[in-house]
Design a protein around this ligand. Structure first.
Ligand code: CA
Length: 231
């Protein structure tokens, strides 16, 4: 599917990286604008709201975290935070600063474009619709069906899958998934999440759903991305 042209703001003080992102966005038919400090980034979002913001964490004048916080006081623009290290992502997820996705340097521009397009679709509600089309959630019965076929989920698995389906495209850190589980399950540790996810995937597969739609994000956690029919 060809993307419609979008205004994308790049806040990045490394000129080479900004130029690479800019070139890829132009090649995808978008209209990129580059700013190289945090204050200008916030002002630009305010004056000329973009469709999405690619935001470097380490920016002069105002860092990415502060930019994110300030922008969130007046805008719901989709934000992809670009960080230098995986452990920064974990820290940022803990701060709940309101970024929608995270990418680590060095990144492949193709990956950035794929994430950006997923985010744009999500912000337009298309991912939610794609998810809603095939999934039926019965909260009272704690049951979930894929294309009419119920998955044999344990209560923990139900809560996990429920969280993913409610927010397609969102990255969940392991500790955030842990928080989604009921306090009765205090014995569940970070790594146990992995084995629960493994079981959820098996059961998705058995019900004809794509188990790879729940993907591990290295060093961070998991994300659910429904496949769109027109992709
Ligand atoms: Ca930087």
């Amino acid at each position: 599917m060809k993307q419609a042209k979008r205004e994308i703001l790049i806040a990045e003080d490394d000129r080479k990286i900004a130029a690479i992102l800019s070139d890829f966005l132009l090649a995808e038919g978008h209209s990129p604008t580059v700013v190289s400090d945090g204050l200008t980034a916030v002002e630009t979002v305010r004056k000329r709201p973009p469709s999405a913001l690619l935001l470097d964490l380490g920016l002069p004048l105002l860092d990415g975290v502060e930019v994110c916080r300030k922008v969130r006081t007046f805008s719901a623009v989709p934000i992809i935070m670009i960080t230098a290290r995986v452990d920064e992502v974990e820290r940022l997820l803990g701060l709940s600063i309101g970024a929608d996705d995270y990418i680590c340097k060095p990144f492949s521009p193709k990956e950035v474009m794929a994430r950006l397009h997923a985010l744009l679709r999500r912000s337009e509600g298309k991912l939610s619709m794609a998810a809603a089309d095939t999934w039926t959630i019965d909260d009272d019965g704690m049951r979930i069906a894929h294309a009419g076929q119920f998955l044999a989920l344990t209560p923990i698995e139900f809560r996990l899958l429920r969280s993913f389906l409610a927010q397609p495209g969102r990255v969940f850190a392991r500790h955030q998934l842990l928080d989604k589980l009921h306090e009765d399950y205090r014995d569940v540790n970070d790594r146990a999440i992995d084995s629960h996810i493994k079981n959820v995937r098996k059961k998705m597969s058995a019900a004809g759903a794509d188990p790879d739609s729940i993907a591990a994000i290295y060093g961070v956690g998991y994300r659910y991305t429904p496949k769109l029919v027109d992709e």
